[in-house]
Design a protein around this ligand. Sequence first.
Ligand SMILES: Cc1cc2nc3c(=O)[nH]c(=O)nc-3n(C[C@H](O)[C@H](O)[C@H](O)COP(=O)(O)OP(=O)(O)OC[C@H]3O[C@@H](n4cnc5c(N)ncnc54)[C@H](O)[C@@H]3O)c2cc1C
Length: 575
Amino acid sequence: MSGGSGMRIVVIGASAAGLKAAARARRLLPQADIVVFDAREFISYGACGLPFYLSGDLDNLDRLRETQWQAIRDAEFFARVKGLDVRCGRRATALDLATRTVTVESVDAGAAESVGYDRLVIATGAAPRLLGGITLGDAVTCFHVPEESQPLRRGLETGQIGSAVVIGGGFVGVEVAVALADMWGCAVTLLEAEDRLLPHLLDADMSRLVAAELARHDVVVKTGVPVAAAHTVGEGAEVTAGGETFAADRAVVALGVVPQIGFAAAAGLVLGASGALAVDEQLRTSDHAVFAAGDCVEVVHRLTRQPCYVPLGSLANRQGRVVGDNLAADAADAEAAQDRPADADPYSSFGAVVGSSCLKVFDLNVAATGLSETAAAHVGLSADAVWGTFHDVAHYYPEPGALYLKVVYERGSGRLLGLQAVGPGEAVKRVDVFASLLQRDGKLRDLLDLEFCYAPPYNAALDPLHGLGCAALNREEAGVIGVGPFVAADGRAVIDVRSADEAAARPWGSPEALHIPSEQLRARLSEIPTDRPLLIVCEKGPRSAELARWLLAQERRDVVYLAGGMALRSQAGSG
Ligand SMILES: Cc1cc2nc3c(=O)[nH]c(=O)nc-3n(C[C@H](O)[C@H](O)[C@H](O)COP(=O)(O)OP(=O)(O)OC[C@H]3O[C@@H](n4cnc5c(N)ncnc54)[C@H](O)[C@@H]3O)c2cc1C
């Protein structure tokens, strides 16, 4: 291999991972020969911003590839500002690991060239997942690249698109549904094969909050309806799902993504169980001279220790830097390590992930990290959960935002497994903080040790995560059990301990609850039925939890409380 000054680095893919790797390598190896190929002309844009272009929040697509000082990130920008040779319209089609050459074809002319490398970086991203019965066409499109979002935006602006079916209720599908309906008033039907929206983020209970928010904005949500077919018919689209046919001006396919690794797989690079490229902690593939990063690789999940596929821009960017470091570390001459202390390990590693993600659904912030209860069960972990309803700031501060949270933890050990946060309030902060606990194998008690900033405009004196830690420890150590927010009475006597006004505003429903306000319950113990188990209900959970604990101390067995209270329940449209 050549030394750092003569090292030849070839990068395939000029987006988050590839360009980060190339730019970092350039900084560490000023003399290296670095060339980046991309099949497309429109490079280095934030795909995550496409829904906001569709919604009309952004006036044009160039906003997605502008720097903060309004320079357009095209090949010329990278040459001028980053010292990188970026060649657009060039697709890598074959790889020979033995001779360290990659074949690159011009997309327009079809002319091929063979490019040698000392180190290769594969950062080819992902492609939309499709199903057999779906035929892409004029009225049936994916939503993965600008070329797909532009005609949709034009159709909305000109009034040609007044209705749409979105196929897939993952985060892109939900974002697209919001974008279509919010500004443009498009009549949207959102179809999801699983029993709930956002199945990779949320359990069914928390997902109900998202479905209710979409319904409040007139998006028709249908879950449990696998799509069998979608075609362009005349000027519009026809989608068959769950035995029904849906006709609309457009159908948008958002069924997730699959790693885009054709030439790399054909060359014999090892794939992981997920079908993405397998890489080690240095993000090196099965061939020592080939690194890979971004949506084309699989990563290790911190909680399951298993490989998994988590295609996120947040990870792709971090991985790009790790690859850049390791390209430099591989270079033979000393200039590679010029900005490192002499005794430091020159190699960087990309650790396990917990899969934090978030999205905005009309007025709701939705965020999750780690494992849901469903995901924990799927990998054989025995999990329990606690729910809570909170405000994101002091409750007396003007316009507090509600937050509905669910913590999932391992039964017995109390190891934290995941957090789901939904609400108009500041959900992402809690999820980010929780995620850092997951990275340290945090346990329930660690929630009580968290130190948050506090002033009334920003938080209550005790953060919601503290409250949920207490609720979980009360469950584990004192048997004070909160049941999920959407349970039925199931033969239990329901004791509603709210004020008369609260109970009237959000009644429990049927069968009718016995109403005894919390401040009277101790005095009216004799009125509480003794022939049935009890479900104590209040507005958000704390009052009923406290009274459940008191009843347990009165030798009452079979007492549970409604976790998250009637506020959480009614937020999802349940009485
Ligand atoms: C609508 C949408 C919304 C999203 N929202 C979020 C979000 O909110 N948060 C988040 O974390 N992530 C989000 N993502 C995901 C995020 O955009 C990706 O994780 C990220 O772009 C991955 O970066 P990458 O560099 O690995 O791949 P990509 O960005 O996909 O880039 C791969 C590049 O490789 C090129 N290429 C592929 N094959 C070849 C070849 N054979 N030869 C030459 N060039 C090739 C492609 O043209 C492309 O430019 C969103 C994605 C979409 C589509």
